[in-house]
Design a protein around this ligand. Structure first.
Ligand SMILES: NC(=O)c1ccc[n+]([C@@H]2O[C@H](COP(=O)([O-])OP(=O)(O)OC[C@H]3O[C@@H](n4cnc5c(N)ncnc54)[C@H](O)[C@@H]3O)[C@@H](O)[C@H]2O)c1
Length: 313
């Protein structure tokens, strides 16, 4: 059955909201979007046009159409008929709270509200809500219309049922949701990225390798495998018949020693110019726009290839 009779509200239509709106449209939903900024509607419709060919390549749900997008400047109006609200306003606690108050003014009694917030604690965001039990984190990776991951987490006042419903909803619409059990700054995926960047900055600053060579090390090395199985299953694969237990017994002690020598995140901003210079060198002779276009093209191929192989987790 088509999703057209089901409505998703997208509140805040900047970089993340516009991408979410396009994705929900591609899944066949009716999307009502709200953003008070001047020119927001034109900007949103232009972005949806731009994103649509990629979404067509990934495959549209029955009934999916850009025509199913309605725009309003009023959050209360946008939310009225929605079963699910994706909030993507500015990353400031007081703004999120005032947006949530407007959302709750017309929110249907069973509707869920998910915030895309990258860094705020969900327990803080839901403070003062009338129905905090229906508020969850639904943190996407940019751009949400292409990257499947969504991090789901409840705050202190969120019900376990709402977290389960949000996980089921995102899975139903083709996303790869993960459950986060505890609130920590940066959620999970960004913490993992920061752990890697911390060491990458350290290796450059201490002259171990150049920015270019570190990019190559990841994008032509472990990054290729991580896109397919993730760090734990790759460890398991490295252990042969003995799997992860064998590999950790075998190389764990050495890794523990290496870990003791890892760098700290730079405490001052001197490192920024060093990294920027390295990026400039790496990009010399390359057309950056073309590089990004090719990245997105290959990403679509990779996503399609992964989708075709149902065994990959
Ligand atoms: N940019 C990223 O890479 C990224 C990734 C994941 C999550 N996020 C999160 O997504 C959220 C949005 O980030 P963004 O990068 O799209 O920011 P953005 O600045 O591009 O968009 C914010 C939008 O909110 C609108 N807005 C402001 N006040 C509003 C109100 N009262 N009601 C409705 N809309 C209002 C603004 O007009 C703007 O269009 C943030 O919480 C951010 O942490 C961002």
């Amino acid at each position: 059955m088509s999703n057209t009779s089901r409505t998703i509200a997208v509140v805040g239509t900047g970089v993340i909201g516009a991408s979410w709106a396009a994705y929900y449209l591609s899944r066949g939903f009716t999307v009502v979007a709200a953003d008070p900024a001047g020119g927001a509607e034109d900007r949103l419709r232009t972005w949806v046009e731009q994103f649509w060919p990629a979404l067509e390549t990934l495959g549209l749900e029955e009934g999916a159409s850009r025509e199913n997008l309605r725009f309003t400047a009023s959050i209360a109006d946008a939310v009225r008929d929605a079963e699910f609200v994706q909030e993507n306003g500015p990353e400031r606690l007081e703004i999120k709270r005032s947006m949530l108050a407007e959302i709750e003014s017309t929110l249907a009694p069973t509707a869920l509200v998910a915030t895309s917030s990258s860094g705020l604690l969900i327990s803080d965001v839901q403070e003062g809500m009338k129905h905090p039990e229906r508020m969850v984190l639904g943190h996407p990776f940019n751009p949400p219309h292409l990257i499947p991951l969504v991090e789901v987490l409840g705050g202190r006042q969120t019900s376990a049922e709402s977290v389960d419903r949000a996980l089921a909803f995102y899975a139903e619409i083709g996303k790869k949701p993960i459950r986060i059990n505890k609130e920590v700054p940066g959620h999970v995926a960004n913490r993992l990225q920061v752990a890697l960047w911390r060491e990458a900055f350290h290796l450059v600053q201490t002259g171990v390798a150049s920015v270019t060579d570190i990019d190559t090390a990841i994008s032509y090395g472990p990054g290729l495998r991580w896109a397919l199985l993730g760090p734990f299953l790759n460890l398991h694969a490295s252990g042969g018949d003995g799997g992860i237990t064998h590999v950790l017994e075998h190389i764990g002690p050495a890794q523990r020693e290496w870990a003791r020598t890892l760098g700290e995140y730079p405490e001052t901003d001197d490192y920024i110019a060093v990294m920027a210079e390295g990026v400039e060198e790496e990009l010399a002779g390359h057309d950056w726009d073309e590089t990004l276009r090719q990245r997105d093209e290959v990403l679509l191929q990779l996503l399609a290839a992964k989708k075709a192989k149902q065994q990959l987790p």
